[in-house]
Design a protein around this ligand. Structure first.
Ligand SMILES: Cc1ncc(COP(=O)(O)O)c(C=O)c1O
Length: 435
């Protein structure tokens, strides 16, 4: 008996996920495998803690008690035993033991990387057409998540000190005047050494962004999603308090506005997929319900491994080594920018105090997108890849800048970084000269 294949139409959600920048970028990475990649946002393979994870997993599994616990299901948001260790970790990061220990364990949620939390939170609070305000530029994978729920994404002016509170205020006023304030659900900020621009929200702006968000929360809470993915990859300058630390609702029992999202992907191992968040109480149930539909709990063994290195303190030793190594790679990229780009008119870049990225701007008439002459020249002739900056702005924004690049020093060693930058400068010069 033969069967005839009938036409398959993916769901609206699947169609919205199609054509997102991350998929295209991955594809470009595969097609241009012969290129040096300044594009991949991956962490440095040389610093992944293989021996430490091996030792820790063996220790956990060789004891039948801890081994059985770790190989069993946890609970949807993570077992209390493990969450308590993560809360201690947060207390140390925040430097305020009492405040953090007052947060009930069920407001602390463990997810499959922080990406899952970003997706679950978005699904929990957005209906079609609701509004999210984002820093411009911002983490492009999250823009895809917002597109996935049919959100309207509004860029907010961002400078070297992060999202501008006055610009956020002005956007919210404009939205209110249009009678659309009820649709605003979220302000999204990558608060430390952000992806893509390596910018941190300055100390004075942290409480201000929160104050503006709260002030416009008139008949429903507008949340501020503080994505602190790069918080611990800090190389120089002062360590900043989280925006979450200014959310007095956590202390007074009033409405809480900040969702704090952290991850062990950048500071330890992305393969373990351990994300940690702190949620206002009313978000716990909807997010847990949605997560329950997906997996009723993230990898318990991974969570136990991270909890164990936190408990022994080995995590912090690892982090210290990581910072030294990334600082040197950051310096290598900035030195190479100086060496190869300083002679090219109109090219500027930022030196980040942490994270994995250098953000470079070219003269405005030199577009960097996937279909630009520069991308073609870089990948086909000079054999180097970067992330086009335009991906990091809302796709519906007609006036988005198109002349920037995100360059990562995460994966390559110092020599590769220098060579990548040499090749990129050669491509940029060739395109400028051809104009
Ligand atoms: C700003 C930002 N947030 C969140 C994530 C998600 O990472 P993970 O799911 O590995 O925690 C990333 C990954 O690159 C990121 O750059």
């Amino acid at each position: 008996m033969s069967t005839t294949a009938s036409a398959f139409t993916p769901s609206v959600s699947a169609q919205r996920a199609d054509g997102q920048a991350i998929g295209y970028l991955m594809q470009q990475g595969i097609e241009n495998a012969d290129c040096l990649s300044l594009a991949a946002g991956f962490v440095d393979p040389e610093t992944l803690p293989t021996a430490l994870v091996d030792k820790t997993a063996s220790r956990l599994l060789s004891d039948s008690e801890t081994g059985k616990l770790a190989l069993q299901y946890g609970t949807t948001g993570g077992s209390d035993r493990v969450r308590a260790v993560f809360r201690d970790y947060l207390a140390r990061l925040e430097g305020d033991e009492d405040r953090v220990h007052n947060v009930p364990l069920d407001q602390i949620m463990l997810t499959t990387g922080s990406q899952q939390l970003l997706a679950l939170l978005t699904e929990a609070i957005f209906n079609e057409g609701d509004i999210c305000l984002v820093a411009a530029p911002t983490y492009f994978v999250y823009l895809g998540v917002l597109d996935g729920v049919g959100a309207q994404v509004i860029p907010v002016k961002t400078d070297d000190n992060g999202m501008c509170p006055d610009a956020l205020d002005a956007e919210l006023r404009r939205i209110d005047e249009l009678g659309q304030l009820h649709k605003v659900k979220l302000v999204y900020v990558v608060s430390y050494h952000d992806n893509p621009a390596g910018i941190s929200v300055s100390n004075d702006r942290r409480p201000k962004l929160l104050e503006v968000t709260k002030r416009w929360s008139q008949d429903h809470p507008i949340y501020l999603l503080e994505d602190a993915a790069y918080r611990e990859l800090h190389y120089d300058g002062e360590e900043l308090p989280s925006i979450w630390s200014f959310d007095t609702g956590y202390d007074s029992g009033d409405q809480q506005h900040v969702v704090l999202s952290q991850t062990f992907s950048k500071s330890f191992s992305p393969g373990l997929r351990v994300g940690l968040s702190v949620l206002p109480p009313e978000l716990v149930k909807p997010i847990s319900d949605l997560k329950g539909n997906q997996d009723f709990g993230s990898g318990h063994l991974s969570q136990n491994i991270v909890a164990e290195v936190l408990r022994t303190g080995e995590y912090w030793d690892h982090l210290a080594g990581l910072r030294t190594s990334y600082r040197a790679k950051r310096d290598a990229m900035v030195a190479a920018a100086e060496e190869f780009f300083s002679g090219i008119d109109g090219v500027t870049w930022r030196t980040p105090a942490g994270g994995l990225y250098v953000w470079m701007s070219l003269p405005e008439h030199i577009p960097t997108g996937f279909d630009s002459p520069l991308f073609a020249r870089a990948t086909e002739v000079d054999k180097v890849m970067y992330v086009p900056g335009e991906l990091c702005y809302p796709s519906g924004w007609e006036d988005r800048p198109r002349h920037q690049m995100r360059l990562s020093y995460g994966v390559l060693a110092a020599a590769g970084i220098r060579e990548g930058m040499r090749r990129l400068a050669s491509a940029v010069r060739a395109v400028i000269d051809s104009k």
